[in-house]
Design a protein around this ligand. Sequence first.
Ligand code: NAD
Length: 489
Amino acid sequence: MVAKTVPVDPFDLIVFGGTGDLARRKLLPALFHRFMARQVPDDALIIGAARGKMTRKAFQAHTIDALEEFVAEDERPKDKVKTFVAMVDYATVDAMSDLGWDALVKRLKGREDRPRAFYLSVAPRFFGPICDRLGANDLVTAATRLVVEKPLGRDYESALALNAQLAASFDESQLYRIDHYLGKETVQNLMALRFGNALFEPLWNSKFIDHVQITAAESVAVGSRGGYYDQNGAMRDMVQNHMMQLLCLTAMEPPSHFDPGAVRDEKLKVLKALSPITETDVEDHVIRGQYAAGRKGPGYVEEAGDPNSRTECFIALKVEIDNWRWAGAPFYLRTGKRLAARHTEIAIRFKDAPHSIFDSGVAGMKGNALVITLQPNEGIQLRLNIKDPGPGGMRIVSAPLDMSFAKDLGREVRMPDAYERLLMDVIRGDQTLFMRGDEVEAAWAWIDPIIKACEGGKATPVSYAQGSDGPMESHILLHQDGRRWRDIE
Ligand code: NAD
């Protein structure tokens, strides 16, 4: 079986912040991979736009550098790189003044019929000014899309203000708010698994599921980004966006269609059904942590440059969803820096068998677990209880049923980066895997009181050892419910 790639229409993509880190590490390599897969036609136009003066040639050289650094050598034949960079152009444009806008208007004149995408790969303070200038310069055509990425606000009020700012120049149907977790193959596979098979859906509720664990662990420290990170913390950096999105996809009702309206309506219903965590019960639901100094390096507060910092670089939450499907089956979320390993997964822990007919007893039989791993190695595993092989009686052991599928599909597939899928969706005009404005607002509306309670002195960060699974208090959060975290490995 051969991977099916449907080419997109010739398009114009203007990347504001085209010389920045995100463009270099992710966007340019992703576009190149799609070009290699013959999905990006060779009359596409990719314009890097930034304030710095640079010639087209210099930006093409910058693009080649990026590909050499972030695309494997055997995946970038020289002639293909040459054809690709011929599509790349550069525009000096200042978000905050009129510098360069006339030239950009001229460059795009006569191309109004093509899909046009503006990707704002710049700091969020530039979002408003760029949108205003796109509007004022008549650059927003009927086929224009605008792509923005986190941070989408830092609380409910600022998220509302940002949405209003975007809405001044763009219709919601033109807005693509990226959460790159949604572009991951396994996350989409979670939906295929749930809604493409009759097997799981009847079990997908608190009658059969004991609880869900969502873990996003990083082994790296905040390092030199400590000062910047300290203004946000794990709650804003990871929970409000990525982890809430994973929770929504796991918990949502089956949408009537796999289309933007239906999928996003169902995700929004989940966000609205989240049980509020109030100031009085925040300490029963939220554990915050900071890594201590250790052999691997300084502690969080030293890296943050503030010995009195109360910002969390680890957080564990117990989240309840107030609806029929999930009442009684909590979602436990945890994310943090400087943990035992870099590992992101969603683990659906089914209930134990009610009674064991085997001598080893129920204790020997763990409840089944469906584990969807997002990184480092994307894959899906179902843990089943089977007979320990051998003639020695009926012993039950837990074994994984691996669903990596690559071999079964008859091809070794390179796992495409999330940005590849998402960029092509932008050009195709498919918003299904992007967040709608009301979703972002609903997530902040639920998170805001927790952040306020924490900033008011609740759930003070506790210390944890570098390279560990997080603070002891996070383990106690589950122990008191008779549950335990899966190991981070
Ligand atoms: P960066 O600092 O590396 O690049 C910023 C870009 O903005 C540069 O190209 C710079 O020339 C341009 N710029 C600065 N001032 C400008 C102005 N006045 N007018 C026009 N262009 C101007 O930043 P980055 O890491 O690429 O991140 C960009 C955005 O994407 C940020 O909002 C960041 O939070 C978000 N983001 C980045 C990553 C990542 O992996 N780097 C991941 C998720 C989200």
